[in-house]
Structure formats: C-alpha cells, structure tokens
Design a protein around this ligand. Structure first.
Ligand SMILES: Cc1cc2nc3c(=O)[nH]c(=O)nc-3n(C[C@H](O)[C@H](O)[C@H](O)COP(=O)(O)OP(=O)(O)OC[C@H]3O[C@@H](n4cnc5c(N)ncnc54)[C@H](O)[C@@H]3O)c2cc1C
Length: 382
C-alpha cells in the first residue's frame, strides 16, 4: 500500500462527513452568528453533538466511546468548524484534555474519566499555559506538593478553553522545581475539588462562543492516584499530546477556510457589477483558484498528519506542527480573501466571513504559536 492509500479517506469517512455536515447545517450553523454576537457558549451545538455521539469521538469503544480514528476525528472537527469554529472546540478540546489520560493514565483513571466524557456527561480541559509561561510552557509555576497519599496544588493557569464548563481538567504542575521540564507532573483535577475557581471570561477577537478563563488552584488536595503517569513525566505527556492534537487545530483551520471559501464562491456568482456577476472577472477567478489550491494543500497535509497520528509514526512531531502551521496560515489568508471578495459587505457582521476571519486568527496562536511550530519543525526536520 502506498503512503497515499494510508491516509485517503475511506467510504466510511465520506459517509461520516456527509452526516456531520447535514447535522451541522441543521443544528449548529443557524446559531453560529448569535453565539459570536452574544459571546455565549454554543449550548445548541453541545446538545446536538452529544445527541449524535460526536462530542468526543476519539474515546475508544472500550470506554464507551465512538472509537473514531484520528482522521475521522479530524473530519468531525473540520465539518463543525466550517460553520462555527467556537463549536468545533467542543470535540477538539475534549480530545486535548483527555488525551494525556489516554496516553499515560492508569487503567483506573481511564475508566473513571473517559466513560463520563464518552457519555457526554462531562467535558475535559487542558491546563498547561500560565500568565508567565506561554511559549515557554516549561517555565510554569503551578506547584504540586506531596502530602501523604495526596498532592496539594497551588497556582494559576491562563487561557483555559472551556474552563468553568468542563468537569475535568488535566493540569500540569511542578513537582520538582530543580528539574525544570523533568520536574513537571500531570494530574486530573475535577471542577468540584475544593479550592478550584475560575476567572472572568476573556474578551476575545474571535471564537467568542468558546469560554476562555483562568483557572485558580488554591490548596487543591487530590488523591495521589490522580497523577497521570509517573512523577516527572507530565511535560513529556503534555508535548506528546500536542503532537496529536495540533492535527485537530489544522482541522479547525481547514474547516473555517472551507466555510469562507464556499460562502465567497456562492456570493461572487450572485453579486453583479458592470452588468455581470463579479465571478466573471478573471481577477476574482484567480483569487478563488488560489484559495481552493491552498485549501487542498492544507487538507492533504492535515489528513497525512492524521494518519501519522493514528499510526503513532516517529515523524508525527514534525508533521503535526507542519499541518497546524500551514493550515492555519492558509485559514488566515483564505478568510481574509473571502472578506475581500464580498467587498464592503464582507466587512460587516451581516455576513459570516467577517466572523470566520476573526475566528481563523486563533489557529495561528494556540497549541503553540506558528513561530513555535517552526521551532518544533526545525528541531525535528525530516
Ligand atoms: C483563545 C485561547 C485559547 C487557549 N486555550 C488554551 C488551553 O485550553 N490550554 C492551554 O494550556 N493554553 C491555551 N491557550 C494558550 C496558548 O497556547 C498560548 O497563548 C500560546 O502558546 C502563546 O503563549 P503566550 O500567549 O504566552 O505568548 P508568548 O509566549 O508571550 O509569545 C509572544 C510572542 O513571542 C513569540 N515567541 C515566543 N517564543 C518564541 C521563540 N522561541 N521563537 C520565536 N518567537 C517566539 C510568540 O510566537 C508570540 O508571537 C489558549 C490561548 C488562547 C488565546
């Protein structure tokens, strides 16, 4: 089998895309503008995704999940992001938050936390970033101190997606301050653990429907069994997680680019100037051709990275960073061009491309900025 065959979507992947698209068009797209305008959590999207078992498709069947492969997960996120990037953070961050447990957690942790996630009863967030530790995540200050058969956590995490909505939080904390990245451990913290609280929602440029808040840990005492993997392995687990989940950010980028392209293509065929549809002008046709070309390149890179994620290939670190970096740059270019193609109308909130352009920007920033993706690629050159 050629490498291409390994990542070509199967017939099942095609059927999945068609069914997700029709669900999204019926139950998620109609609320996307209001979710943005009101900066509110996309509850309708959560309910539709849970009802159709699409909120955390990556959870294996043995824990009650759909057991979707990495490419199927990408297709779900891509299709949701095509209409509403905020809503696509539900399946994406459920994977981000829970993957450390799947990759490194004990059998007991998997049973305890993956099952409610699969049932749609609880969401999962991922707490790595801090006010003083963004790109340099290993410079974190949140501390976990052993106390008998418990750990006690103190510190602040910033920019935590779905904070306050999620029941479960994977939290990276320093257990040995002398050892820098090798002195960081990962834990599962529950929203109801005494000492956990949340900051005010950040007022953002885009993905306004996705709550982003600080999470505070004030003497949070948790049983030692909540540590994910061995002491000192938390940072490695956090980075291994990002290798896989950067592919899902690429999927979001791909989806929003596709959504903006589809809208702009339809618009220019309707909009008439100089007595004809503006789509008749070669200057417009060349823009559409470039947009479609870039989207297709991003799709191929993203799906190839998804196949590598599924197989656990050794070059996933490079490929995941490349897919995220490339697809998010494409998303920014394509959504900006879509605004351009709608002229003045594109610059208003009466049309969705303005929101898509604002939403696309985050894909160049989170799970490591695109400069950091280039650092990662340069350190892991093929
Ligand atoms: C909406 C949103 C949601 C998020 N969700 C989460 C989440 O759920 N969980 C979580 O843990 N984090 C989350 N983040 C945090 C996100 O991953 C960080 O914002 C990101 O990693 C950048 O960190 P920073 O903001 O501190 O920027 P900084 O690290 O301060 O970077 C500032 C600038 O310096 C550049 N820079 C830094 N280091 C280098 C370098 N070595 N080489 C070249 N340039 C460099 C950066 O690219 C950037 O342009 C989220 C952020 C946002 C905005």
């Amino acid at each position: 089998m050629s490498d291409f065959d390994l990542y070509r979507p199967s017939e099942e992947h095609g059927m999945l895309r068609a069914s997700v698209r029709s669900l999204v068009e019926a139950k998620i797209a109609p609320f996307a503008a209001a979710v943005d305008e009101e900066a509110r959590f996309p509850q309708e999207a959560l309910e539709a995704l849970v009802a159709n078992d699409l909120h955390a498709v990556h959870v294996p069947e043995e824990f009650g999940g759909a057991g979707a492969d990495a490419l199927a997960t990408v297709i779900v996120i891509e299709e949701v992001a095509r209409a509403c990037v905020s809503s696509s953070l539900i399946p994406a961050v459920n994977k981000l938050g829970s993957l450390p447990v799947m990759l490194a957690g004990s059998a007991e942790l998997k049973q305890r936390y993956l099952r409610p996630l699969a049932r749609g009863e609880a969401m999962f967030s991922y707490c790595l970033s801090e006010p003083e530790a963004g790109s340099d995540a290993a410079g974190m200050r949140t501390r976990a101190v052993r106390d008998g058969d418990h750990w006690v956590l103190d510190g602040v995490k910033r920019w935590i997606t779905n904070a306050g909505v999620s029941e479960f939080y994977t939290v990276m904390a320093v257990t040995d301050p002398e050892a820098r990245s090798r002195g960081i451990s990962a834990f599962v913290v529950e929203k109801s653990d005494p000492g956990v609280s949340f900051g005010a929602p950040e007022r953002k440029l885009g993905i306004k429907g996705s709550p982003t808040r600080e999470v505070y840990f004030d003497g949070v005492r948790i049983p030692a069994e909540r540590m994910i993997g061995a002491e000192g392995t938390g940072f490695a687990t956090a980075m291994r997680t990002l290798d896989h989940t950067r592919v899902t950010i690429a999927a979001q980028a791909l989806g929003v680019a596709q959504g903006a392209f589809d809208y702009a293509k339809g618009y220019v065929r309707e909009r008439r100037q100089f007595g004809r549809p503006v789509a008749d002008f070669q200057g417009v046709q060349f823009m559409l051709a470039d947009m479609a070309m870039k989207i297709e390149a991003a799709r191929q890179l993203t799906y190839a990275a998804a196949a590598k994620s599924e197989r656990g290939d050794g070059d996933l670190t490079f490929q995941g960073a490349a897919a995220k970096c490339f697809a998010s740059d494409v998303a920014m270019e394509v959504t900006t061009d879509a605004v351009q193609l709608l002229g003045g109308y594109g610059y208003t909130r009466d049309y969705p491309v303005e929101r898509m352009m604002r939403d696309a920007k985050i894909t160049q920033i989170y799970e490591g900025t695109n400069q950091v993706q280039r650092v990662v690629m340069a350190r892991n050159l093929p």
